[in-house]
Design a protein around this ligand. Sequence first.
Ligand code: AMP
Length: 283
Amino acid sequence: MEVFKEIFPLREHLKTIRAAHKTIGFVPTMGALHEGHMALVKNSLEENDFTICSVYVNPTQFNNASDLKNYPRELEKDLQLLKNKGCDAVFAPSDNIIYPEKTAITIDFGSLANRLEGAFRPGHFNGVATIVSKLFHIVEPDQAYFGQKDLQQFLIIKQLVEDLSFQIKLRCVEIVREDDGLARSSRNKRLSEKERDKAVVLHQALLKARDLLLTGKSVGDCKSEVSQLFSEPSVKLEYFEVVDANSLKVITNISEPKNVAICVAAFVGEVRLIDNIIFSKEL
Ligand code: AMP
């Protein structure tokens, strides 16, 4: 497995891959890799001749300095995991390689970026779109892999690819969970043992809400019932919304969209976690 820290040698290497008519699958990550990331890598390995993963904690998508500072960084361990999985190459640049200068442009996705995460993390999706655009231009993959865990991020990147005519096929991989249902996340490492036990409430709330909605409860009643699950003082709910899974617009009736998503964000102690579930009325 080749590890690249700089752009030019990586581009040269990828040229030789393309010249050999091999397809390139790309998995962008911020490292502290877990089974969720590995599912993306597995999909890429199965569907492409060559898989490259990036490991880069992108500062421009953090709107909270302490979250950026405390984000887990464990490159050596990540490289070992990727090597064992059979990944072909890794791009692990430093900040001065990616942002030699502060970027001047901003990318505005309109209402899609203002809902849910966007409402609580101003500037986050501009940072995501900036880094993903840069990485797409550097790697020029055939296919790129993202997780449903960050549903809004996936939809933003889909919009980016459509609007800016990137010739890249996007793949969305379903959420990998712990045995008790907690969505795998690099941030889970920051939870204390007690907080880790409490964190399962996010997934429990999603399941409960889905079941209530499917048995005919109104969205309003369902939300007020589920909010009672978040009474624990160490768990602070930021949002719990029932939305159209494609537009992320809040809905009041689950018959409206083809697919419904329930999205949640909550602080467990100091750690901000997100999760979601997608279903259709026919389920
Ligand atoms: P991150 O390193 O958190 O930026 O995540 C990198 C990619 O892995 C993103 O596309 C995430 O949506 C995806 N991902 C993170 N956690 C999971 C998970 N539990 N299951 C599936 N994909 C995930």
